[in-house]
Design a protein around this ligand. Structure first.
Ligand code: G6P
Length: 629
């Protein structure tokens, strides 16, 4: 999508693991540990089961690894190790338990080759059997370790250089990977390779970096080169060379990342999650900047211009995504159905691939993903694209796999999102869905007046959102009162039904409290059985077309002694007589209400998580970018 060239992957199934990879090559020997630790901490949201480091030194390779958070690794590290090439890894376990021995980097028998890996080596058992027959001794249960031994095995033939051994190893592997590899006898050099797991090179003056994503590189440089699938690169003190696995040299100039280094710092916030909730108004501002022509009631979406004609011809949009992005897509479905003039449907990406969809030339697919790397979404996208369907993306991370794979799309420009639970990306995704609705609607039957109204209301949103944030103190007090309850029901209708699902999802993720989201109308068909004085409900009940019916549902809960918190529209005094607590949001048009109504729910989940003493930025068992299916 946009300026990123179409990306051709030879692989159909994307089953790679997440994990964060970071490394550097420097002109001189420098203190490696603080640089690698800083890079790993910025990537920790990608996985935090274990971490490790390896660095070439004058006395061979220094390596340490440890299960648990990066802080555990930090405790056992000598900060004075000097090196000109070092790699680090933070792991989200797939093959092998999260123990010290399974942590990366892994090494060859002679302890000269060390590598860190993100992905899955599918043929590792065959390779391992062969290597064992060649007397290689393994010290972990991982698929990754075979590759260190494989490189060594090729190098046992003295005529084979380190570079050639890596190339031959990559050609022997079936699977997905991003690799960083160092060799004791070649200090000041890293070889990196990519196949379906993200990897980019950062170009500083004295130092070059490699990382799974830009957030780790930003403090050092904004000039980056993206590696494509099937490519490897050799970084040395003086230069870097990219080639494909058939040795064909590849020329690629660098791109400039627009994100500011401050965007990946917590500034004065105790957690990234809170910082990112406070950035929600800015995320909306950034999503609409330069994209609204209010006078003409139009959305100007440069990324869709190339396919404008194709879009005129479609009459059905399949939206697909995972997690919070899925819920943004579900609200987008309501928006497009109601105002975009075409039929829209949402599907979990993890299910879409397995459905027999009757697709035709009038169908388009829209994939939504903050990271642009979610394996389920990418897999669904590739499957549908193969059928010749127009594919579009709503993606935050520029140059990510989904951004490359889609034919056209809209970037969120929400800036980096570090908190594992998605917040500002969600409101940004909703904003972009509203822009796409306006774009499609105005291609069809939507009137100038209706278009202008949507554009004006979008423009007015950031100020209204800032007003919601002024109520954070009240929301914190409510969270304090309710944080010991062990069950919650979130209820809403129409546009605010997916908001209820998002409120429940966020509470589950951050506080590990059992929470269910339900359509308020459906509640009486089952969940009402659970209601008691110990089972609070949170109603999203703005003054919209659904209000009267939602109030009836509130009455049903109150009649059964269930405590109720309501998110309601400013000026609605009546509701405060009915419920236990109210959080007010400003008025906007119905389709944009979720952007305001979700904010109190994000804050509520955050504060409940904090009151329960959890690490809200890194909830247990979760990872930000889920690149396994
Ligand atoms: C993970 C994250 C969620 C996120 C989902 C989809 O499950 O924990 O917060 O919504 O992935 O991620 P994406 O990057 O595709 O939006």
């Amino acid at each position: 999508m946009l300026s990123i060239k179409a990306h051709k992957s030879a692989f159909i199934d994307i089953i790679n693991s997440m994990c964060g990879i970071f490394g550097f090559v420097s002109k001189n020997n420098i203190k490696a540990v603080p640089i690698i630790l800083d890079g790993l901490k910025r990537l920790e949201y990608r996985g935090y089961d274990s971490a490790g480091i390896a660095a070439t030194t004058v006395r061979g390779v220094f390596s340490r690894k440890k299960s648990g958070r990066i802080l555990e690794l930090e405790k056992i590290l000598n900060k004075n190790v000097e090196s000109s090439s070092a790699i680090g890894h933070t792991r989200w376990a797939t093959h092998g338990a999260p123990t010290d021995k399974n942590s990366h980097p892994h090494s060859s028998c002679d302890k000269k080759i060390y590598l860190a890996h993100n992905g899955i080596i599918e043929n590792f058992r065959d390779l391992k059997d062969k290597l064992i027959r060649n007397n290689h001794k393994f010290s972990s249960d991982t698929d990754t370790e075979v590759v260190a031994h494989l490189v060594e095995d090729f190098m046992n033939d003295k005529a084979t250089s380190f570079e050639e051994a890596v190339r031959l190893s990559l050609k022997s592997i079936v699977g997905t990977y991003a690799f960083t590899i160092i060799y004791a006898d070649h200090p000041g050099k890293i070889i990196v390779a990519r196949n379906s797991s993200p990897l980019l090179i950062g170009l500083g003056d004295e130092i070059k970096f490699v990382a799974s994503d830009a957030s780790a590189i930003l403090p050092h440089t904004r000039n980056v080169v993206y590696l494509e699938d099937g490519e490897f690169a050799i970084l040395t003190k003086n230069d870097f060379r990219i080639a494909n696995l058939d040795r064909k040299a590849i020329e690629r100039s660098h791109e400039k990342i627009e994100w500011s280094p401050d965007a990946v710092k917590k500034n004065n916030f105790p957690h990234f999650m809170l910082k990112e909730i406070y950035e929600e108004p800015e995320a909306v501002e950034n999503a609409i900047r330069g994209r609204l022509v209010i006078r003409d009631g139009l959305a100007k979406l440069g990324g869709l211009e190339t396919v404008e004609k194709d879009l005129r011809n479609i009459n059905r949009l399949i939206i697909t995504a995972c997690g919070t992005a899925y819920l943004a897509g579900q609200i987008g479905e309501y928006m497009i159905e109601e105002s975009g003039g075409i039929s829209a449907e949402i599907e979990y990406a993890s299910e879409l691939r397995y459905k027999k969809n009757s697709l035709n030339a009038k169908t388009a697919l829209l994939a939504i993903s903050q990271s642009g790397e979610t394996a389920d979404t990418l897999g669904a996208l590739k499957e549908i694209k193969r059928k010749g369907i127009l594919t579009l993306g709503v993606v935050n991370v520029i140059g990510s796999s989904i951004a490359r794979e889609t034919q056209a799309g809209v970037y969120n420009h929400a800036g980096p999102e570090i908190g594992v639970a998605s917040t500002k990306a969600f409101v940004s995704q909703l904003t972009v869905m509203a822009l796409i609705t306006l774009f499609l609607g105005r291609q069809r039957g939507m009137s100038l007046i209706a278009g202008r109204k949507i554009a004006e209301e979008l423009q007015a949103l950031p100020e209204k959102m800032k007003k919601v944030l002024t109520r954070a103190g009240d929301i914190k007090k409510i969270a304090k009162r309710y944080h010991k309850f062990n069950n919650f029901l979130f209820l809403g209708r129409k546009y605010n039904y997916p908001v209820a699902l998002e409120g429940a999802l966020k509470l589950k993720e951050i506080s590990y409290i059992h929470a269910e989201g339900y359509g308020a109308g459906e509640m009486k068909h089952g969940p009402i059985a659970m209601i008691s004085k110990d089972f609070p409900s949170i109603f999203i009940a703005p003054s919209d077309s659904m209000y009267e019916k939602t109030v009836n549902n509130i009455q049903e809960i109150k009649a059964r002694n269930g405590p109720v918190i309501a998110v309601a529209t400013e000026g609605n005094k009546e509701i405060s007589k009915l419920v236990d607590d109210v959080i007010y949001i400003p008025k906007t048009i119905e389709m944009l209400t979720p952007i305001l109504s979700v904010m109190p729910l994000h804050l509520f989940a955050y504060y409940v998580g904090v009151f329960r003493g959890h690490d809200v930025d890194k909830p247990r068992n979760l990872a930000k970018s889920v690149t396994v299916e």
